[in-house]
Design a protein around this ligand. Structure first.
Ligand SMILES: [Zn+2]
Length: 336
């Protein structure tokens, strides 16, 4: 399959789970010559930066300011901005590793699919803040009337999603036909491993796997900003889903944060304040035997749609509440 066909297959699957949100556009740039149609479309949707492919010192081609859901129209100056994701063809083929050290094709494809799911999840998050800016008031780069969503939620909710998603749905993708789970196991899909690592880190038994970070021995408001954080956000988000539900984490919170702001919406759907969740997480991670696997409901294994219903995000409260019970039952069923 071409990369374009692969993208459509993945995006169709994501639309069936998260819902179809408009104004999200995926671009793949190549050379200046072959990127002309991409440049034309970028101009149409208000891209204000130079349209020229440059070559970086490491030999990789890039378009200035390219990236996913950054820069572009994300500055909050428009009430209904596009979400653009611009990737270079070199990255699509060889994500994260240089060609010489690249893993097998299936793993590289899995990394890209995982990334597409993560970026689309960000678009979904952003769609529900409407004219209010995502992120914290104290964040860089302007914006207005922030909903005050902490970095740990924006990245962590969008971080746990693609791991749980690809762990289940990989078998449905054409390029992975006749392969095994091991062939597509990338990023943090091995969640139980990261769960145990995070516990050991919290208990002071190991250092951070990232040499530039100090160990995450407590979860505090430092995690609300990208610059001061050092904890594994996906694991913390899974914990929040465990003490409430994935429905609360992924759908409940964004359902109400335009109206209530993040903190109040969190309290409404999780039942405690975010500060209480930070404290409880530390207690939970310290109380557990560092080597025992995550409890039932932490990392559900069935289809996402069994335990999270994104499509009821705008439904009346009674419908939402009655569906929630059923979804929670599925999340905490041992053989989900
Ligand atoms: Zn992200």
């Amino acid at each position: 399959m071409t990369h374009k066909d692969q993208y459509y297959e993945i995006q169709n699957n994501l639309n069936s789970i998260i819902g179809s949100y408009q104004k999200y556009i995926m671009f793949i740039t190549t050379t200046n010559e072959f990127s002309m149609p991409v440049f034309d479309r970028l101009k149409e949707v208000g891209w204000e930066h130079p349209l020229e492919i440059n070559i970086a010192d490491n030999g990789k081609p890039y378009l200035n300011r390219a990236g996913c859901l950054t820069g572009a129209m994300g500055n909050g100056s428009l009430p209904d901005p596009y979400s653009l994701c611009i990737m270079d063809y070199e990255f699509i083929q060889y994500p994260h590793f240089p060609r010489e050290r690249a893993p097998a094709l299936s793993k590289r494809q899995a990394i890209i699919y995982h990334g597409w799911a993560h970026e689309y999840f960000h678009h979904y998050q952003r769609s529900h803040s409407f004219e209010r800016s995502m992120g914290m008031e104290g964040d860089c780069c302007g914006g207005s009337d922030h909903i005050n969503s902490p970095a740990w939620w924006i990245e962590g909710a969008a971080g746990i999603f693609p791991n749980l998603w690809l762990r289940y749905y990989w078998k449905e993708f054409s390029e992975f036909e006749n392969l095994n789970y091991e062939d597509v196991d990338v990023e943090m899909m091995n969640l139980d491993h990261y769960y145990i690592q995070s516990k050991k880190e919290m208990q002071g038994l190991i250092r951070s796997s990232d040499p530039n970070r100090k160990a995450c021995t407590e979860f505090t408001d430092k995690e609300e900003y990208r610059e001061t954080a050092y904890c594994n956000w996906s694991i913390f988000n899974a914990y929040v889903a465990y003490i409430s539900s994935y429905q609360a984490l992924w759908v409940g919170i964004p359902r109400d944060y335009h109206e209530l702001g993040f903190d109040e919406s969190f309290r409404k759907h999780v039942g405690i304040t975010k500060e209480e969740a930070y404290e409880n997480f530390k207690i939970f991670m310290n109380a557990e035997d560092p080597d025992s696997p995550a409890p039932v409901g932490f990392f559900p294994e069935g289809p996402i749609t069994d335990y999270a219903d994104f499509l009821i995000i705008n439904s009346p409260q009674e419908i939402y509440d009655s569906r929630l019970e059923e979804l929670k039952k599925n999340q905490f069923r041992s053989n989900n």
